[in-house]
Design a protein around this ligand. Sequence first.
Ligand code: AP5
Length: 277
Amino acid sequence: MGYLEDEVKRLHTVLGNVEGRLKALEERQFGKSSGKTAEEIRMILIGPPGAGKGTQAPKIKEKFSCCHLATGDMLRSQVAKKTPLGREAKKIMDQGGLVSDDIVIGMIKEELDHNPECKGGFILDGFPRTVPQAVGLDSMLQARKQTLQHAVELQIDDALLVARITGRLVHPASGRSYHATFNPPQKPMTDDVTGEPLVQRSDDNAEALKKRLATYHQQTAPVVDYYRNTGIWKAIDASQEPNQVWKSLLAIFDGDKAKAQSSGAGILSRIAHPSRS
Ligand code: AP5
């Protein structure tokens, strides 16, 4: 018995030291009060146009130092460069339809394979938007021996989205978005960071929104069902104000930590009380 007690004590000390060392290294890497974490994240944000995907994703990127891949932004960059893909995509986007699955799956694969920021994990915003895209993502991750950790659905009533979409202003170069009423820039129509002009997206009007919402309910709602039974799906009330939505996201991430800690405690308690195992 004396040996067991000593061994348990010793292991507690070793674990304590390892935890302390890890914390110190993380603090050195990220700064004490930065709120950043060394954990890797692999998640998707699903939600209708205007739900707040593009508002919350940069905060997740900042917290986890991962890449933020927004297929809408990637397509708009092709439109701005007037590439053949951009020209074709613009027509589809302005009509509220979806660009072909093969094209967007290819764009995501390219980023996951070559974007160094994706080494810290990824947050996908606006992808997958169809079941074939979700299947494509699964195969990509399988090939990388990775799994998705979270499929977060931002739930909000369609009626609330008109005001959000028609009031949105964007800074095309960075993708930063504002809202004329809910989140106005310091100087009207001007980006706070660069001082460059803000614009309205060509698909941000009431008529195109109607079509985008119809497309969402027909083609993207089944993606929610695809993830609902996998154990990684969680829903958040996206009609709350942005900080409250962020707190709901943090609660999901904190839930992960609590799970990890309780399974660690389980191992410890089995070491401490071998008769319970
Ligand atoms: P995409 O750019 O992805 O557009 P979307 O899905 O329609 O989403 P939005 O960017 O409009 O909304 P959001 O949820 O990011 O809202 P945001 O945070 O900005 O796609 C555009 C097009 O590209 C598609 O229609 C399609 O044609 C094509 N495409 C893209 N991906 C594709 C794919 N995978 N497959 C095929 N085709 C694809 O917020 C909106 C506004 O509300 C902002 O002004 C913001 O300040 C404000 N706001 C945000 N949160 C709150 C809040 N909680 N309270 C009050 N205001 C808020």
